[in-house]
Write a protein that binds this ligand. Sequence first.
Ligand SMILES: CC(C)(CO)C(=O)C(=O)O
Length: 345
Amino acid sequence: MAEAQGQGRMHVAVLGAGGIGCWLAARLALAGQRTSLLARGASLAAIREHGLRAAAVDGSTIGTCGAPALSVHGAAEEVDAGVGVLFVAVKTHQLAACVPQVAALLRRSPSALVVPMANGVDAHDVIARGLEESGGSADGVMGGIARSVVYISHSGTVVLERELGVAVGPIRACAPTCAQLDALRAVSRLLTDVARVSCELIETADAMRTALWTKFLVTGCLGPFSAAARAPVDVLMSTAETTAVVRALMEEMRDVGAAGGVRMPDGAVEDALAICARSPPGTTFSTTRDVLGGRPSELLEFCGVVVRLGRERGVPTPSHAQLLATLLPQERVARGELAYELRGV
Ligand SMILES: CC(C)(CO)C(=O)C(=O)O
């Protein structure tokens, strides 16, 4: 952990070259911070050849980074030892499959913190369970939340649309050690002061769970619903009929969370609705883009999880069940599990 605490600098690794992973890697590397990015396929090839480019929405280049600050790898075994923090920035449905990479990295850097930057409310559990099942330790698994609106325009280029920062903090029942808390503080300082990614440090697991569910209230319902409605958030929020559906979806999520001991502030749904109502024209979430682009999405980890937790906790979730059912056939097609024709369309 010594490297994590020294001078606010540490060796950072990022697993996943999607929007969030490339955004974090680019911000860190552009600031001269040593960063190892784990990528695959076309992203790996493009970043190896041309570096990682960060662009503004109008297409202009913010900066391009490569060696020596940024190194890109296809396997965790290639990453040097001494990593202080690993950000796991993959889609929630890819988390379980990437645990072997996390385990391989931890074998070389056993004191690294593992911070998921994934959607949903249980990324830390999926990673921790996977590590424990493979005989490893999950003690370094923390909580993380990404709030920025960023996306990959083409392999090797990440577009920074709205940089709203991240949050990190403990999340698991076992209390973090003093060294881990110091390392979390160092991560937060590194991101905020060096990489210019505003990072909120959340001090307790309870507060972290509340923060995860607060984001989930918005993304977990509006991502899938705006895909089903084929309309951006601002349009859904300026139409009475669709706003009523959004409210019902959020209320179900609040109740399911509360039944599991998550302390949501009074007015959490009103606050989430107000945030959505302020969305700029055309706003979509990654789930919306994935569903409409015919790619596997986080539907099962959003509506699917709400429905499952609702059943386990005795909370009715009819709106989520309906939204899940509406999008399920498309999701199965995207996952290669189903094929059909829509005649006459
Ligand atoms: C809310 C947002 C944009 C934050 O990264 C997101 O999580 C998503 O689009 O999936």
